[in-house]
Design a protein around this ligand. Structure first.
Ligand SMILES: [Zn+2]
Ligand SMILES: [Zn+2]
Length: 818
């Protein structure tokens, strides 16, 4: 048969069409096989997929196909994180309904997914903007409300006075509205809904240990810092004159004799009592200026209230300040400033000429002199100039001083977390309606479970004005109270979309259940997720919220597992021609154009070959062309040797056959080991390339049987990476069924061993046997091996050996007499 050119479109579109209704990607229910749940993070339906997405999916797809070939019952689903702000922005900009925009994008992206042939079980597809999905967000909310896990409190939001609307953090640009660049964003207090994630703060922190080894260390460190547990002491300073307590939290009560002022957060309730209108206006300006800014970017500012507060340990008066860097959401919203022993306090007090008073000395050193410190001394040491506590080591002083506060009733030991309760209220349209009703007589009334879902109305004007678009929909807002039947008002806030993505992977296990979010029996079979794959940008938020949801679901009896995923893999980024991809630079490498130009197989193989999957890779067109040529070489070799392979005849050069089979088995071993360890598919693919090079070099000297074996196994090895080409070659070879439902090839360790020298053994110059030994063996070893050879021993049978001549790697000649 003549060789055929590699026409990626012809091959890929043929299989694409044949696989449209294939059932071999469907996970089995009630399977006796071991299960494997591999999951890539679900995408936001922005409309297009680019090469970065392809990398995420290609890694998951290779693993899913490999696990199928290893005999697992694989669950590999896909869905859409379909609620969110961009749909609403698109609606404002183009007058398109968010739902229409979203569904259109989902259809386009799904088409690309299918064009790439990713092995998803599409029967399990989940889209979070559909009522049959988000009703379960509402159901979870009601369960949490029942248990006191969901509650309301006043909290600040970003507000644009020109739009008259609440802005998401992403809509605040340099402290101004995204649509009104000259309008500074204000902070307004609104009643909002929160989930008590802090109830699980300790467990979320403790269970990080269980994830060690399975999750990247970097992600675990970020989570530890985000949860941010600190042990310390709460202490009341009392305002001079009124006796009003100001409770501060400190991790360093041993330094309290060095406290030279007390600083309140600008939104602290005491600011109103301790300052005049002018001071209150300054405090409000500080809060507004902080809108959507990273606390690290804030220039420290403050002002003196004119009041003093008494230090309960020393009896000294400390001035009370208001400072923009003190957070109401951390500790108690007030701190004592100890400039000598805290860098942040040092900076603030230096700026405002507040005294710096050292009270801790290094264990082997002197106490710094007042007024001479250049930097704060922040380590533990020996307490000095602190009354009865002087001379104690820091740790000892902390525990005794905390005990004193407890005994005298002016404070206590306390643990504080950086993580805060999760504010889920959004004053936006395109999200899950929060299922409560506000009644003038009954207060907050949950929507009865039987009335779920609270369906998001579609007939809504999205103008970007007003508190929330839903407030303008009377048929949504005006309801009768489920308790008293009187006129009442439906909640118009929707949920943070991170709620949607906190549990979607459970729904895949039972996507059409209309009685429960899922059947716990199915979850018991599929969970935990064996391998979760996604970007490191989700190290906090999504990956903490999902852990929280799992624990909450366990506590309401739905799941038995305490963690959602055994293993997490975070793939590296893809940049393009050395530059980060971005819309504004116009260098985004789109998946559809890649499929047209090079084919899906080449694009997948490129991202897997360009580097280890955890590292950044650089998309280069020459690189893609190289991969394309490689796939062409495989295909041309296969097609022109198809007749030889089918005939399967013996013959060829024995050494060539052996060389190729050895390389084949070495390659199988290599690829198998890469799948089972660090997924260094780049070296797997390099191994397959070397094998193909050797095939070209030995082509004329191979038997039909060798070619048949190599081609069959190469298609199996390529199956997880380049499924279209692998399937095409399999069909040409006369093989039935899907490549990735074939068993993964095993390797023969004997065949995979490094090459052996074939040494003829002569007796008196005549060939009597052959021995196989590694190249470069010493002459004595060759001599011994030759004399021990079975055939030679039989031949010698009692004759006297006169001499043995050894030519290394070449020949043994035994000279005998008799
Ligand atoms: Zn605005
Ligand atoms: Zn009522």
């Amino acid at each position: 048969m003549p060789e055929k050119p590699y026409d990626h479109n012809q091959i890929e579109l043929k299989w694409h069409a044949r696989w449209q209704n294939a059932t071999f990607y469907k996970a089995e229910e009630n399977s006796s096989r071991p299960k494997f749940y591999v999951l890539e993070m679900l995408p936001y339906p922005s409309g297009t997929l680019h090469i970065g997405h392809i990398r995420n999916y290609a890694i998951g797809d290779a693993l899913a196909r490999y696990k199928w070939m290893r005999g697992f019952n694989v669950l590999h689903p896909m869905g859409w994180d379909a609620f969110g702000l961009p749909a609403e922005n698109a609606a404002i900009a183009n007058q398109r309904h968010p739902r229409e925009w979203t569904l259109h994008n989902i259809a386009a992206m799904k088409k690309t997914h299918r064009r790439f042939g990713f092995s998803y079980d599409w029967d399990r597809e989940v889209s979070t903007c559909e009522p049959e999905y988000y009703r379960w967000n509402q159901w979870f909310f009601l369960k949490m409300l029942e248990r006191g896990m969901a509650y309301r409190k006043e909290a600040l939001v970003n507000w644009c006075p020109k739009c008259g609307t609440v802005l998401a953090n992403e809509q605040v640009v340099n402290g101004c509205c995204w649509r009104h660049e000259d309008t500074p964003v204000e902070q307004r207090a609104l009643e909002q809904w929160f989930l008590r994630i802090t109830n699980y703060a300790d467990e979320l922190l403790r269970d990080i240990e269980k994830l060690e080894g399975g999750w990247p260390e970097r992600v675990l460190t970020m989570q530890r810092n985000w949860i941010g547990r600190s042990e310390g002491t709460e202490v009341d300073f009392r305002v001079e004159g009124t006796g009003e307590p100001i409770r501060v939290f400190t991790t360093r009560v041993d330094t309290i004799f060095g406290a030279t002022c007390v600083i309140l957060a600008p939104e602290h309730p005491l600011v109103a009592q301790l300052t005049d209108r002018d001071g209150q206006a300054r405090a409000k300006a500080m809060v507004d200026a902080r809108a959507a800014k990273d606390p690290g970017d804030i220039v420290k500012e403050g002002f003196f209230t004119g009041h003093y507060a008494v230090n309960p340990y020393s009896g000294e008066k400390a001035p009370v300040w208001v400072g923009n860097f003190v957070l109401m959401t951390y500790g108690t919203g007030a701190i004592m400033a100890v400039p000598a022993h805290d860098e942040r306090d040092f900076e603030f007090c230096t700026k405002y000429d507040i005294p710096i008073r050292p009270v801790i000395r290094p264990p082997e050193g002197e106490l710094a002199r007042r007024g001479e410190m250049q930097v704060a001394f922040t380590e533990d040491g020996i307490v000095e100039e602190s009354g009865e506590w002087s001379g104690l080591a820091s740790a000892e002083a902390r525990s005794r001083m905390t005990a004193k506060a407890e005994a005298d009733g002016f404070g206590k030991g306390a643990v504080t977390f950086r993580i805060k309760d999760w504010g889920i209220s959004r004053q936006r349209y395109w999200g899950t309606p929060i299922p409560v009703i506000h009644c003038g007589s009954c207060g907050v009334v949950p929507v009865p479970e039987s009335d779920l879902p609270v369906v998001l109305p579609l007939n809504v004007a999205i103008t970007g004005r007003g508190r929330s678009p839903l407030e303008e929909v009377p048929e949504f807002v005006n309801v009768n109270c489920p308790q008293c039947g009187g006129k009442a008002r439906r909640e118009t806030d929707t949920m943070d979309t991170f709620v949607d993505s906190s549990w979607y992977f459970y729904r895949y296990c039972d996507p059409r259940n209309d009685r429960l979010p899922f059947d716990p029996v199915k979850i018991a079979y599929w969970f935990e997720i064996d391998q979760y794959i996604g970007g490191v940008e989700h190290a906090i938020l999504h990956l903490i919220y999902s852990r929280f949801f799992t624990k909450m679901m366990r506590d309401i009896g739905l799941v038995k597992n305490a963690e959602p995923a055994k293993r997490l893999f975070t793939q590296g980024m893809v940049i393009a021609e050395g530059v980060k991809m971005s819309k504004s630079k116009g260098n985004v490498v789109g998946a559809d154009s890649l499929a047209d130009r090079f084919g899906a197989d080449t694009a997948r193989l490129f991202v897997l070959f360009a580097g280890p999957p955890e590292k950044e890779v650089d998309w280069r067109f020459e690189g893609a062309e190289g991969i394309y040529r490689f796939l062409g070489r495989v295909y041309r070799f296969a097609t022109r040797n198809m007749d030889r392979a089918r005939a399967g005849t013996d013959g060829g050069e024995p050494s060539s056959n052996r060389k190729i089979l050895r390389k084949l088995h070495q390659t199988i071993r290599k690829v198998t080991e890469d799948f089972e360890s660090r997924w260094h598919f780049n070296t797997s693919i390099a191994g397959i390339m070397e094998l193909v090079n050797d095939l070209y070099a030995e082509e004329a000297r191979l038997s039909g049987a060798t070619i048949a074996e190599v081609l069959e196994k190469v298609t199996l090895l390529l199956g997880p990476f380049a499924p279209y080409l692998a399937q095409e070659i399999r069909e040409e070879l006369g093989g039935e069924g899907a490549v990735f439902r074939r068993p993964w090839p095993s390797y023969d360790p004997e065949l995979a061993k490094e090459d052996l020298a074939e040494i003829p053994v002569q007796v008196n110059g005549k060939l009597r046997s052959r021995i196989f030994v590694p190249f470069g063996m010493p002459e004595e070893v060759l001599e011994t091996r030759a004399l021990e050879d079975g055939k030679i021993r039989a031949f010698l049978g009692g004759k006297q050996v006169v001499k043995v001549i050894v030519v290394a790697d070449k020949l043994v000649n035994i000279v005998v007499r008799g």
